[in-house]
Write a protein that binds this ligand. Structure first.
Ligand code: NDP
Length: 451
């Protein structure tokens, strides 16, 4: 970095270095660029961050672990998958972030998720660092026994890197209660310790927290409620569309319905269900949480619903859109369609579901746009509440825990709003989230010295 460069030029130089050092990791580059674009003024105000090369350090994971995961299917055939854990930053607390099992997983996906997690976790106000992990294993269509054998093999390496005071994973795409149970069982067996706080998202009967299952979806809806409140509006009667039909989508739909909104569509990777009367959540829960079936079957249970194979959910006119499936699911064209159709608010339950072009469209249209880092932080925040309960051998009521979640989401909204305003970007939650999260971690990194 040459002396005398303008701050934005310096940041561009850092970004080019990150890209060159991490070739082929497109999602990671995208996530880094989005954060770095917000930081020009921060370096101007805090020259110590530039002197200490905080941005360069924050873009380099503290540790990356990649390992072989061999397992046998029910017919005895041997399969080899790859396991990943990227421990990105532990300046403010233990490494914390979920595990994703999906065939699309490679290092670039885990690094984008781990990088985002640093700032998201800082925004919650809780003492948790950033990490992410997973595998290119596909749990879809596998028997319970196959999933168990895979999880046991995966944990047989991962366990040595984990610990209540070291690294605490949770679930993500493809990793729910079943998988976490098998992972925790193997950890407990190998270490001969009942170390509850080593994983979060556990079942209620074995160390889990009430509200953790609902937390990401509920939290994202609280975030929309807060964004609408600023605009003197509410969710009551709003026409909403929620992509996906997994953990985040289901509890997003539930809370939207509780707050009086009408959810008319959801989806999975095969297609979209449109139900003008309002999605029947019990059917979605039965199909997805119990029977592990496709969303197409919703239309067999509800004759007045329409199933659109390979449909684009963002073509459906709505006032509130909540992407809750996966990264880059809303592109520039989709964003334009949403705005043209009168969408007022977008809150991201998923991580990085909107492409940079889509984000620009939302910001130019000045609709309320809550990025995942802020809007979906309720999941990890409630994981931290689970760790608190584990540490004190306590378990809190649903009402008490949900109230804490609500308070945390309101705090995140307020922090991102105020930080954006302080940096001359009122209403820009992307800038607010990136700057507030970065400053908290950067200050801790300066205090801890060059480590
Ligand atoms: P689930 O596995 O429970 O559900 C994922 C849903 O998204 C499924 O309906 C799935 O459809 C769909 N989906 C996944 N990948 C794709 C794809 N490539 N194309 C289209 N649809 C896809 O995962 P979660 O609900 O836990 O996670 C959803 C999002 O929320 C992810 O971005 C995750 O990182 C983020 N998130 C999750 C948190 C949590 O607490 N679980 C916390 C914060 C963020 P299908 O079944 O057909 O694959």
């Amino acid at each position: 970095m040459g002396a005398g460069l303008a701050f934005d030029e310096r940041i561009e130089t850092i970004f080019q270095q990150v890209r060159a050092r991490n070739p082929g990791e497109d999602e990671f580059h995208q996530a880094v660029r989005e954060v770095l674009e917000s930081l020009g003024q921060v370096l101007a105000k805090h020259p110590e961050f530039a002197e200490q090369k905080i941005i360069e350090r924050i873009c380099e994971p503290e540790r990356q672990i990649i390992w072989r995961v061999p397992w046998q299917d029910d017919r005895g055939e041997v399969h080899i998958n790859r396991g990943f854990r990227v421990e990105f930053n532990s300046a403010i607390g233990v490494y914390k972030g979920g595990l994703r099992f999906h065939p699309s997983v490679y290092l670039g996906i885990i690094k984008f998720l781990g990088f985002e997690q640093i700032f998201k976790n800082a925004l919650t106000g809780m003492p948790i660092g950033g990490a992410k992990g997973g595998s290119d294993f596909d749990p879809k269509g596998k028997s319970d026994n196959e999933v168990m054998r895979f999880c046991q093999s995966f944990m047989t390496e991962l366990y040595r890197h984990l610990g209540e005071y070291r690294d605490v994973p949770a679930g993500d795409i493809g990793v729910g209660g079943r998988e976490l149970g098998y992972l925790f069982g193997q950890y407990k067996r190998i270490t001969n310790k009942y170390e509850s706080a080593v994983l979060t998202g556990k079942g209620i009967g074995w160390g889990g927290s009430l509200v953790r299952t609902e937390a990401t979806g509920y939290g994202a809806v609280y975030f929309v409620r807060e964004m609408l409140k600023v605009r003197k509006d509410t969710l009551e009667g709003k026409r909403c569309v929620v992509s996906g039909s997994g953990n985040v989508a289901i509890y997003t739909i539930e809370k939207l319905q509780q707050l009086g909104a009408r959810v008319i569509a959801c989806s999975d990777s095969n297609g979209v269900v449109l139900h003008e009367k309002g999605i029947d959540l019990q059917t979605v829960k039965r199909l997805k949480e119990v029977e592990r079936r496709r969303i197409s079957e919703y239309a067999s249970a509800h004759r007045d619903a329409k199933y659109i194979p390979e449909g684009n959910i963002w073509d459906i006119p709505c006032q509130v859109a909540m992407p809750s499936a996966t990264q880059n699911e809303i592109n520039g064209r989709d964003a334009k369609t949403l705005v043209k159709n009168g969408c007022l608010a977008v809150a991201e339950g998923a991580n990085m579901p909107t492409t940079p072009e889509g984000v620009r469209v939302f910001q130019e249209a000045k609709i309320a746009y809550g990025p995942g880092k802020a809007a979906n932080a309720g999941g990890v925040a409630t994981s931290a509440l689970e760790m608190q309960q584990n540490a004190s051998r306590d378990s809190w009521s649903f009402e008490f825990t949900e109230k804490k979640l609500d308070g945390i989401m309101s705090y995140i909204h307020q922090t991102t709003w105020e930080t954006a305003a302080e940096y001359g970007a009122t209403g820009n939650y992307v800038a607010g989230a990136n700057i507030a999260g970065f400053i908290k971690v950067a200050r801790a990194m300066v205090a801890l010295g060059l480590v």
